[in-house]
Each structure stands twice: as C-alpha cells, then as structure tokens.
Design a protein around this ligand. Sequence first.
Ligand SMILES: [Zn+2]
Length: 273
Amino acid sequence: MTFKISYENPFRGLLKLALQAADALWALAEGKEPETDPKAINQDIYDFQRRIGPILNPSFTEEEVLAILASVGAVITGSHIVYTKGGHGSAYVDKDRLYPHPVQTTILCGAIAFAFKGHDVDAVIAPEKGGIILSQLIAAHLCDLENREVLAFYAEKKDGGGFVIKRGGADKIVSGKRILVAEDILNTGGSVLETVEAVRAIGGEVVGVGVLINRGGVTAEMIGDVPKLFTLASVKLDNWNEDECPLCRDGVPINTEVGKGADFLARQHGNGR
Ligand SMILES: [Zn+2]
C-alpha cells in the first residue's frame, strides 16, 4: 500500500485527486483512455480517507478504535483466554501487536493528537518502549495540525524504579514547557503517574494525558491529578477463576494463540482430564 498524497498538505493532495478524477471522467465520456487509471484514483481516495479521515473527524468512536485494534490482533474479543496470572476471560489486549502496523498506529496517534489540538502542547513525552513510538507519531501529527514544531521525548526506566527523561537535552528543554504525556494501555496507571512525576521533576507542565486504552478505570486524579485525561477506548476485562469460568462451563475452546491457553491445556492433559 502506498500513500501518494502529501500528508503535510492533505488538501492539496485532495485537489490533485479531484482534478485527476475529473480528467478521467471527461476522457471516459469522450470514449478515450483516461490518463490516470480510475481504479488507481479510487485507491488513492480510499488511502486518503484512511489516513486523513480520523484527523478531520474528531468523533472517532470507541467502536472504531477497537475495530482498528482488532484488525491487527491487538484486541481480541469473544474468545476464551487464559491470562498470565491464571484467570480466564473472553477478551485480550496486546499492545505489542499494534506497533508493527504503522498505518493503524499513526491513525490512532492522530486521534490522540486531535484531542490536544489547541492545548499549546510544546512536547509529547511517553514511557518506553511503546512510548518511543507514540511520542514521535503524536508529536508529528501535532506538528501538522498546528503548523509548528512540537517535540517528542520518551521516559526511560530508572534503576530502582520510576522514570527519567534525559535524552536529547530533555532535562533542559522541557523546563517551563507544556507537555502532553501519552501511553498505550492504562492498567493501574503506575507508569503514567511516574512519567508525569518525571516531567514535573524537570520543570515541565503536564497539560494532559492521552491514552489508547484505559483498562483499569484509571482517573485523572490517580495519575497525578492531570488537567485532562483523554482515552480512545475503555476495555473492561473479565477475570474469572478457572472454577467459576462460564466459558469453561459452556465448553468454549481455549485460545492457544495468546496468553497461557496452550500451557493450560497441556496441564489439563497432564492431569488426565
Ligand atoms: Zn475458562
């Protein structure tokens, strides 16, 4: 898949597309061969919508976000999962399945950037490792949306706990600046809280936190009382004990692709069940 349209100036790209489409229609009406294949134009329009649509449309629904995540296997629903700690449930979230897919990742980052357009964000900072990707893409979208430079830094784990933001001169640049903190999945909010604290420790003002998925019902108060918490989707995961799992009771096959499903089945066979 190629994106031929300049993302810096999507409307110029759209105008070019419209002219190509008009030329093609004119040629077809005259019984001539169009200069540009109408199918290629159609593909360009489709690509344009995929890439630019979420940015132009702030009403990006939770269902759309979950559908994008599901399309790359980052969210699985309606399954029978055995979690790492042994509980059972019907849904699974694996952020690491998102990042190999740059188009989906940038679309979701665009939606977060849009939510903070007009908040005078100077830099985006997110905790490693996913945060290295998130901070770059969200900041790049903000550069486009606001037509000025928005910087990107990431927070890295410190020996002995907590996070530190030090690379690229962050310790000096961030002081006095308005910072958007980003994260992929909020579980307890621990990493985000530590990132917020690390930003404040070098003098940055956290203007908000943007996340892809809030799993644990985390609130703005819980992550350092930030002024705004923006979440693309909330996912509440069931977590049943093996004995009380309704999916086991109903004989729903265990998912062996993710989580500890394969180990669980091997253990069952070992017990002669
Ligand atoms: Zn079960």
